[in-house]
Design a protein around this ligand. Structure first.
Ligand SMILES: NC(=O)c1ccc[n+]([C@@H]2O[C@H](COP(=O)([O-])OP(=O)(O)OC[C@H]3O[C@@H](n4cnc5c(N)ncnc54)[C@H](O)[C@@H]3O)[C@@H](O)[C@H]2O)c1
Length: 351
């Protein structure tokens, strides 16, 4: 039975989000739970300790105090320094991305934590706890891509009189891909959307969010990428390791100084040359192409992101605290009784 809910401060590099804003903490307090917020956990997003105290949450001095709660809710997957707090009977609710984090998966299994992932919860449809951060990350992808193209190939997305606009290819036209395409279109680039979902491509083309659409195949992607200035990777198979849709050969065919933004990096990346980067060191150059592969892109917009995430998480947090078997948590449970219980995660990890 859950009595206490812990909100530790985030520890991932550059991460300034907090999972519950004070109004969400207030909901949990009114529902009868003791909410323990680590001191200054909300400061990066503009929420003071006093704001939490005002709604009845308890400010606790250390991470250990927050992790002592029956149920811990946080934004990013626990970092190795936090694994010491894992214990039998603890419930954890956070982004986990276990397909790309085998060591974390092992640590959770070995400790007996019951781990629920935001990114695989599918009630009532879609991935409603992933969507708000995909929305932010997609918008950011267009901004980051445009920014790094300046120092890369020196290309402006919108072109100029007598100069064609830049070409952007977005692979995976779900929430993140759509927002990236909208951002790039807003800057007047030519945007090709790639997906396996033709109905989705039709809709986005009709709405003018993409200028052309392409059914996803190795050959089609190769042809589009050779001409691209910016590639955004945003393909997802829920829970699974991201499919490698853009190969090293495709990347080598691009003009030097072109840019790729691989948002799918949190699931292992859908671009072969990608590897995870951090907010402190966001890019590297591989095959002459600038790679931006930050695993916590929304962390750089902590105010907007925390509020959006908190609004989506709070109702499901209450469901979890009251009844972990609630149908409103369908798809969320990833680790239980020492086993990976989400099929696509287990298959990706080979466990
Ligand atoms: N890096 C970050 O900070 C960050 C932040 C938020 C989200 N993300 C990630 O962005 C990715 C996309 O998330 P989303 O919410 O947009 O997912 P989504 O489910 O809304 O969309 C995924 C899309 O990929 C498409 N797809 C699947 N297989 C494909 C294939 N073989 N070829 C082309 N398209 C294919 C699907 O049809 C779908 O339209 C996820 O990996 C998510 O975790 C990363």
């Amino acid at each position: 039975m859950i009595r206490t809910i812990g909100v530790p401060a985030e520890t991932k590099d550059g991460e300034r989000r907090v999972v519950l804003e004070p109004s969400a903490a207030a909901m949990a307090v009114s529902a009868g739970f003791e909410v323990r917020v680590q001191s200054n956990a909300g400061v990066g997003a503009g929420f003071t300790n006093e704001a939490y105290e005002k709604v009845g949450a308890k400010i606790v001095p250390t991470a250990a105090d927050a992790w002592e709660a029956d149920l811990v809710v946080k934004v990013k997957e626990p970092q190795p320094s936090e694994w010491q707090y894992f214990r039998e009977g603890l419930q954890l609710f956070a982004y986990l991305h276990l397909a790309a984090e085998p060591d974390l998966a092992r640590a959770l299994m070995a400790s007996g934590v019951e781990a629920f992932a935001f990114e695989t919860l599918s009630y009532p449809r879609g991935l409603p706890l992933l969507a708000p951060m995909s929305e932010v990350a997609g918008r950011a992808a267009a901004i980051m891509g445009a920014y790094y193209l300046a120092s890369g190939s020196g290309t402006l997305l919108g072109g100029a009189a007598g100069v064609t606009p830049a070409r952007v290819v977005v692979v995976g036209m779900g929430v993140a891909g759509t927002m990236a395409a909208r951002g790039a279109r807003g800057m007047d680039a030519e945007v090709t959307g790639v997906d396996i979902d033709l109905a989705r491509l039709y809709e986005l083309h009709q709405q003018g969010i993409i200028t052309s659409s392409l059914a996803s195949s190795e050959m089609a992607i190769a042809e589009a990428i050779v001409q691209a200035d910016l590639v955004v990777g945003a393909a997802l198979v829920p829970g699974a390791k991201a499919p490698k849709l853009v190969t090293r050969q495709h990347i080598e065919s691009m003009r030097p100084g072109s840019v790729v933004v691989d948002l799918a990096i949190d699931q292992g990346g859908c671009i072969e040359t990608s590897r995870p980067t951090s907010l402190s060191h966001p890019t590297f150059v591989e095959a002459g192409v600038v790679h931006y592969c930050v695993t916590n892109v929304p962390g750089q917009y902590p105010r907007t992101s925390s509020r959006a995430l908190s609004a989506a998480v709070a109702p499901r947090l209450l469901d979890l605290a009251r009844d972990p078997a609630s149908e409103r948590l369908v798809g969320a449970l990833n680790v239980s009784k020492g086993q990976i219980v989400y099929k696509a995660v287990a298959e990706s990890l080979g466990f």
